[in-house]
Design a protein around this ligand. Structure first.
Ligand code: G4P
Length: 553
């Protein structure tokens, strides 16, 4: 296996792929997402990756910071006003790893920047084979990183850790690693250690087997970090002569880590027990090439996915794909609806007629796109691991399966535990019909969860969200797409538990509790707070009260 970053020459190419057969196409793909707390530097890193892949010639083009050219999706006014990206899309690029004669195809599946859209982020994580956990060196682990990491663990997704912003003063390198192992129970195994303390980032020490310092990669800053930082490779002896104490410290740290068993082990990494670590500065483009090399060398290629019957659909089987995200209204001029699917098996060719597993109906794929920011391009061929957007795919919802030949249906994407609840009603009774239609539509897209019970009736259903900004999306789309003014009233509930028909009547009699049925048939009990829940659990141990998919706890 190629050691990440061990050769000097690497480059990104934009050549069209030559026909090489499905197994080779699968083997050269890497599909991943970046998980991070807002402001850790996800947009900056995405841009740095695009820069290294020569998709852009200067950083500052994608994430649309003030005064820079913006090419990011400005989905809805809300997105513009808040400077966040609501839409999840995928960036695909080729990258020729050091010493390789094959271009790898990297699919970076974007996740919403705002934590209120974490439900979308969780869904995105069902479509990737690996995650990059991006941590702000000064801030360490933050709540959103922790939650997202739990989802990765739950799904068995291997995690590569990038400790970002090393160009700024912050903690000691090993302190951060201790935090990772103590707070999330993942053993960090650095592949590269920083040379120079936080705030004085000179380069990276590449760790070989048993923590031996194998190479020093010295970086040179470029103006504003706008272009790739030139790298110089030095031997350990040269490094010590050049950097003195800073090098010696890094080499000692590397040995210390080995003494505690913190060396990379591919099996443990794939099993989700260890995480390779890279120190970086996305802003200065330090460590970005090393991340790409690591993804190519260590992250898994797309593999089989198990269907509802527990049978694996191998990548070499006939075409199948799973929808993980539906996005409407991205293009204000067209108001279209895009369903994003991740290809699981077989080759996708635009125009092929596939079957929609949930309805058994045929589905034509004439309009297949890749989308990143405002950039859309037609996809003619795609392979397992790739993400393809289907235009105006009204029947498709997150979790749905598409296939050809042998039928397959993948398990549904779990609904994540909502923590915010509100009722919604049309302001004018005359709009009730449109209101119902809109609710059904937004529900099927997974924008929010919709809960109903007999007492409240259908005129003002209860919306349940993981983050309150999901409500804003609902009310904004109600108005813009369906021309319905709505009234949103928050409910005093903060947590939900799954229950059943037998337990429902007793729960309904309790103060501070209300029982609902979700559209997928699940019976949910909402509680005002955790003390009420604990009290009821204690008083009525026979009642069914199960946590929903654990994300935060
Ligand atoms: P996000 O997508 O994860 O929310 O983070 P984003 O990339 O927008 O970065 C958040 C802030 O952190 C930005 O500063 C960005 O420039 C800065 N940043 C990202 N990576 C690095 C890094 O490696 N080193 C340093 N020093 N800063 C970094 P800002 O003040 O919000 O914007 P700007 O004025 O810098 O453009």
């Amino acid at each position: 296996m190629t050691e990440p970053g061990d050769a000097r020459e690497s480059e990104a190419t934009a050549t069209a792929p030559t026909p090489r057969g499905l197994p080779a196409e699968v083997a050269r793909r890497r599909t991943f997402a970046v998980i991070s707390h807002p402001d850790a530097g996800k947009s900056t890193l995405t841009e740095a990756l695009a820069l290294h892949a020569r998709m852009i010639s200067e950083a500052g083009a994608i994430h649309g910071k003030a005064g820079r050219k913006s090419t990011v999706s400005d989905w809805m006014e809300m997105e513009k006003a808040r400077g966040i990206s609501v839409s999840s899309t995928a960036l695909q690029f080729n990258y020729r790893a050091a010493g390789s004669d094959v271009d790898s195809v990297i699919n970076l599946v974007d996740t919403p920047g705002h934590s209120d859209f974490s439900e979308d982020t969780y869904r995105v994580l069902t479509a990737v084979d690996a995650a990059v956990m991006l941590i702000d060196a000064a801030k360490g682990l933050e709540p959103q990183t922790l939650k997202l990491f739990q989802v990765c663990r739950h799904r068995g997704i291997p995690v590569i850790t990038v400790i970002n912003k090393w160009d700024r003063p912050g903690q000691a390198p090993l302190e951060l690693l201790d935090e990772i192992s103590e707070r999330i129970g993942l053993t960090p195994t650095p592949l590269f250690l920083p040379v120079g303390i936080a705030g004085d980032f000179r380069g990276l020490l590449r760790r070989g087997p048993e923590g031996v310092a194998e190479e020093y990669i010295h970086f040179t800053r470029t103006a504003g970090g706008a272009t790739i930082a030139p790298e110089e490779s030095l031997t350990p002896e040269q490094a010590e002569a050049r950097e003195g104490e800073a090098w010696v410290t890094a080499a000692e740290e590397s040995e210390l880590l080995s003494a505690t068993g913190q060396d990379h082990d591919q099996e443990l990494f794939l099993a989700g027990q260890t995480s390779p670590v890279i120190y970086a500065s996305a802003m200065l483009n330090f460590g970005v090439r090393q991340l790409l090399e690591t993804l190519v060398a260590l992250a898994p290629a797309p593999g089989a996915r198990v269907d509802v019957a527990g049978r694996p659909r191998e990548t070499g089987d006939p075409f199948s794909a799973v929808v993980f995200k539906v996005q409407a209204g991205m293009d204000t001029a067209h108001r279209d609806r895009l369903a994003f699917m991740r290809i699981v098996s077989g080759e996708f060719e635009r125009g092929m007629v596939v079957t929609h597993a949930q309805t058994g109906r045929p589905f034509a794929t004439k309009y297949a796109l890749t989308v990143f920011g405002r950039e859309r391009s037609t996809v003619d061929t795609a392979y397992p691991g790739d993400v393809v957007g289907l235009v105006n795919a009204t029947a498709l919802a997150p979790g749905h399966t598409l296939f050809v030949d042998r039928k397959v249906e993948f398990p549904p994407i779990p609904s994540f535990a909502p923590e915010h609840f509100a009722t919604l009603r049309a302001q004018s009774a005359g709009k009730y019909k449109q209101f119902r239609k809109a609710i059904d539509q937004l529900d099927s897209e997974g924008v929010v969860q919709v809960l109903r019970n007999d007492a409240r009736g259908d005129a003002s259903p209860v919306l349940a969200a993981v983050g309150p900004m999901q409500f804003e999306v609902v009310t904004a789309r109600m108005q813009a797409e369906f021309n319905v003014e709505t009234q949103l009233d928050f409910l005093p509930y903060t947590l939900a538990r799954r229950t059943d028909a037998e337990s429902a009547p007793e729960l309904d009699r309790q103060r501070g509790v209300e029982v609902f049925t979700r559209t997928d048939g699940a019976v949910l009990a909402l509680f005002s707070d955790k003390w009420r829940l604990q009290y009821i659990e204690k008083e009525h141990p026979d009642l069914t009260l199960e946590p929903l998919v654990a994300t935060a706890d």
